[in-house]
Design a protein around this ligand. Structure first.
Ligand code: AKB
Length: 331
């Protein structure tokens, strides 16, 4: 059995709220499939429309209404919104921190032009919009311990710069056009789905490697502390923030976090269930520099106070649930 019943929070919210009609962009990415499943669990398959720019993988499960959608084409976004009677967009399409540095023009297109298109469609059709932000929206001049919501935001990656832009543009569309824009600065999200191109990806890969090889080679230094959160908590934060009353929100972008650890500490936690597990290090200078510019821990007290944010998974629970899920996948 999983350490925490992951579904109770979602059931409770679905009993008090009317079913939305949600469009998820980038829905085949790390977070999209999970959110699709959560919404279907809460309200049935009628409430979600998935979209992305690639064909569905042959082994894709739990997928219902799946559509090709290029977020760089505003007309196509509008077409889906109108045809499918969408009232909420969860906009996941983005190039993450490490991959963004390898293709800045594409990152600008996807992360900036895409956000502009989504917000303009939201303004025109009066939609609620969730666009995730990230710890990457902070930079080397931000206080790194217990980083608050309001502080210096001078990131040094194109990912971070584009996410600050998304935060500011969303706020602007909120006060200028009344768009119900909501965002959270996520830490690294640990899920049993592979991410692509992030700096925190090692914290997922380590579980796959532990099971397949008993060993992980980490691209970050052993003492690199970063904030993280388990997938189900991430899903809960999105559902909770989107269902919070507008009046309870004192800001449009909130910090949220689970727990912080270093590669050395997660390796120790894995060793508590797999004593022979080994870790060694082959530092990637690009990703190390990115990690060194990010907060080590986040202050998410405003989210807790304003809309009841309360993560359920710590490091030990995350290790247990990741092994349980990946072992189930192997069977
Ligand atoms: C990344 O590492 O780029 C992301 C993030 C922390 O936003 N996982």
């Amino acid at each position: 059995p999983l350490p925490v019943d992951p579904l109770l929070r979602f059931k409770a919210i679905s009993q008090t709220q009317k079913a939305p009609r949600v469009l998820i962009t980038g829905s085949l990415g790390q977070l999209g499939r999970g959110l699709n499943s959560v919404y279907k669990y809460m309200y049935g398959s009628e409430c979600v429309v998935m979209s992305d720019i690639v064909r569905l993988p042959a082994n894709a499960t739990d997928v219902s209404d799946y559509n090709y959608l290029d977020i760089l084409n505003q007309g196509s976004i509008e077409e889906i919104v109108v045809n499918k009677n969408i009232d909420t967009i969860v906009h996941f399409s983005a190039l993450l921190s490490a991959i963004g540095e390898t293709n800045v023009p594409l990152a600008l297109q996807v992360n900036c032009r895409g956000v502009e298109n989504i917000l303009q469609v939201a303004a025109k059709h009066k939609l609620k919009v969730f666009i995730p932000s990230t710890i990457g929206a902070f930079g080397p001049t931000t206080p790194r311990e217990n980083t608050p919501d309001l502080t210096v935001q001078c990131p040094t990656t194109i990912y971070g710069v584009s996410k600050v832009y998304a935060e500011r543009l969303g706020e602007y569309f909120n006060h200028r056009f009344g768009v119900d824009f909501r965002s959270m600065r996520f830490p690294g999200i640990i899920s049993a789905t592979k991410p692509g191109g992030g700096t925190t990806d090692y914290a997922i890969q380590i579980f796959y490697d532990a099971l397949q090889k008993g060993k992980h080679t980490c691209y970050l230094r052993p003492d690199t502390r970063l904030p993280m959160m388990y997938d189900t908590d991430c899903m809960a934060s999105i559902i909770q923030l989107l269902s919070a009353e507008s009046e309870s929100l004192k800001r449009r972008t909130y910090n949220v976090t689970g727990f912080s650890f270093t590669p050395e500490e997660i390796a120790d936690a894995i060793r508590r269930v797999m004593p022979d597990f080994e870790i060694d290090y082959d530092i990637c200078p690009t990703r190390q520099a990115i990690a060194d510019s990010w907060p080590k821990s986040l202050d998410d007290s405003e989210a807790r106070k304003d809309w009841g944010w309360n993560p359920e998974y710590g490091l030990e629970e995350t290790v247990q649930v990741m092994f349980a899920l990946l072992r189930r996948e192997e069977d």
